[in-house]
Design a protein around this ligand. Structure first.
Ligand SMILES: [Fe+2]
Length: 374
């Protein structure tokens, strides 16, 4: 419970001294825009009813007072009266609260291979389905570490789509609602051969990129074919530490990605490292197979290649790589804007069959918030 000790104001600004601690200095325009009264916000859904230009450019605080623990503000020139709950103001005011970005590197638990000495984030699918606590922990692992393993998932084709329905929605693509990963004659994508695949994020040529990828192992009797994961955010922070100029180059210069076959021609123009308004990493993209012709200003080419090589070299470091072999019944769910994956080569003898599918992060985050608030 937050209480106001005292207030002072002039036409442009209201200052609050809090009993808890701290001081807020709030501009008149922000207070009017954040009015919580029924005339300004729909009482049912909380959505704003006024447009920014409904507020006079001459908005001013005419009077402010404390009544029954509430802050009352009367605005000029229209005489609008607002009541603010001090608790709401304390939790939401821009002086005391930093904007929380749950996609950014600062909200994540960055990892290396030795971060998981005991076990990888792993949950049994039957528990995940039956216990809200287990599901919550699994979805939190995706948010915090960028991946989770579910085991004891029924080895049935199409099961992967049912798993997606437990937290979000299938992101269908030109590959269909799901795709098969097994050796194919005349493949349109190297993923469908038994060659090793270097570390990458999927589909950077899509706009927007699918935020989540799932891989469900149905059969695995080949030698090799281990999966490798890397934390692309960790690698980006190492790049920034080792060479801030290289980090700036990869976040400021946008490049093109492309995928083309007989029926699709997908293109995007995006940075390898995407940052938010505080220069914090929020997405990485890295895919040697689908990077398109690199078109940058002539004076950026050398610097770009130095930075690109440097980031690729960091991603090759063994101390960043988690290696494991997906077993039948295991499903890997990972953040395709953060966690890179690679596959070691495997012998063509024996069978290996995975199904893959995409979903979006916003659906998973929404389910997570609902579970956390339940
Ligand atoms: Fe992939």
């Amino acid at each position: 419970m937050s209480r106001i000790r005292e207030i002072s104001y002039d036409a442009g600004e209201l200052a609050i001294t809090w009993e808890n601690a701290g001081r807020s200095e709030l501009q008149a325009i922000w207070l009017r825009d954040h009015c919580q009264m029924p005339a300004s916000r729909d009482p049912g859904n909380g959505q704003r009813l006024l447009n920014i230009n409904d507020i006079s450019p001459d908005i001013a605080i005419d009077k402010a007072s404390l009544e029954d623990g509430k802050l009352i503000v009367e605005f000029g020139p229209d005489g609008h009266r607002s009541e603010f709950d001090p608790d709401w103001l304390y939790r939401n005011c821009y002086c005391l609260n930093r904007q929380y970005d749950d996609r950014s590197e600062t909200s994540k638990l960055l990892w290396r291979s030795d971060s998981f000495s005991e076990t990888l984030p792993r949950h049994a699918y039957p528990n995940y389905c039956e216990q809200a606590r287990s599901k919550l922990a699994a979805l939190q692992a995706v948010r915090d570490y960028g991946f989770v393993l579910l085991d004891s998932v029924p080895c049935e084709p199409g099961q992967i789509l049912k798993v997606i329905e437990t937290f979000g929605f299938v992101r269908e693509t030109n590959y269909g609602p799901l795709f098969e990963v097994r050796t194919r004659v005349d493949p349109n994508n190297l993923a469908y051969t038994n060659l090793g695949l270097g570390c990458h994020l999927d589909n950077p040529y899509r706009d927007p990129v699918p935020g989540l990828q799932l891989l469900h192992c149905l059969e695995s009797s080949t030698e090799g074919g281990e999966s490798i994961l890397q934390d692309g955010f960790m690698a980006a922070t190492i790049l920034r530490q080792e060479n801030p100029g290289h980090f700036a180059t990869l976040s400021h210069n946008w490049i093109n990605f492309r995928f083309r076959d007989d029926s699709a021609d997908l293109q995007s123009r995006v940075p390898l490292i995407e940052v938010n308004d505080r220069n914090e990493v929020i997405k990485v993209r890295f895919n040697n197979r689908s990077i398109d012709t690199i078109m940058l200003a002539p004076d950026q080419i050398q610097q770009f290649y130095s930075a690109y090589r440097h980031y690729a070299e960091i991603l090759e470091r063994a101390e960043l790589q988690v290696v494991f072999k997906l077993q039948p019944g295991e499903l890997l769910l990972f953040d395709n804007t953060r966690v890179l994956h690679a596959r070691k080569a495997y012998l063509a003898s024996g069978s290996r069959h995975l199904q893959g599918a995409y979903s979006d992060l916003d659906g998973l985050y929404s389910s997570l918030r609902i579970l956390e608030s339940g």
